[in-house]
Design a protein around this ligand. Structure first.
Ligand code: HEM
Length: 137
C-alpha cells in the first residue's frame, strides 16, 4: 500500500517516492512542468531566465517531500516554501497557471500512475499552490 503522507509506516507500506520509481520520475515531472512554465506569459516574468537551478531545487524538494532522501534540505535548509515565495507576487492567475502546468505534468507521466497516487498528487498540488498565494487580486 502507498502511504498517504508519502512516508511508509510499516513493512506493508511503500513511499510514494519508491512507488513512482524514485528521483528520475521527479526529475522528469519537473522537466515537463518547467518546459511549460518557460513559455507561459503569466509565469515567465516571475522566474529567472535560466531555469536550471529551479528544476534542480524543485525536483529535490518534491522527491524529499514524497519520501525520498533529504537532499533538498542538505542544499537549501528548511523548505519554508511560503516564505521563499514572498518576493514573488502570486495571485489567483499565477496560482492557476502554475497548478495547470503541474497537473498536466502529473497526468502526462510516461509511467501510468496508480489512481490513488495520482489523486494524492492532485490534492497536494491544489492545496500547496493555494497556500502560496500572497496577493489579493
Ligand atoms: C502558486 C504558484 C507558484 C508560483 C507562481 C511559484 C513561483 C516560484 C518562483 C518565481 C520561484 C523562484 C525561482 C526559483 O528558485 O525557482 C519559486 C521557487 C520554488 N518553488 Fe515555487 N511557485 C509556486 C508554487 C509552488 C509550490 C506549490 C511548490 C511546491 C509544492 C513550489 C516549490 C518551489 C521550490 C522548491 C522552489 C525553490 C526554493 C528554493 O530556493 O530552495 N512552488 N517558485
Amino acid at each position: 500500500m502507498v502511504a498517504p503522507d508519502g512516508s511508509p509506516d510499516g513493512p506493508d507500506e511503500v513511499s510514494v517516492y519508491d512507488s513512482v520509481g524514485g528521483l528520475p520520475w521527479f526529475v522528469a515531472l519537473v522537466d515537463r512542468f518547467y518546459d511549460a512554465v518557460a513559455i507561459d506569459p503569466v509565469l515567465t516574468p516571475l522566474y529567472p531566465q535560466d531555469l536550471r537551478e529551479s528544476r534542480r531545487t524543485t525536483s529535490l524538494f518534491l522527491a524529499q517531500f514524497w519520501g525520498g532522501p533529504p537532499h533538498y534540505s542538505k542544499v537549501r535548509g528548511h523548505p519554508r516554501l511560503r516564505m521563499r515565495h514572498f518576493p514573488f507576487a502570486i495571485g489567483l492567475a499565477e496560482r492557476d497557471a502554475w497548478l495547470g502546468h503541474m497537473l498536466a505534468a502529473v497526468r502526462s507521466s510516461p509511467v501510468p500512475l496508480p489512481s490513488e497516487v495520482e489523486a494524492l498528487f492532485v490534492e497536494y498540488f491544489e492545496r500547496a499552490s493555494s497556500a502560496m498565494i500572497n496577493q489579493d487580486r
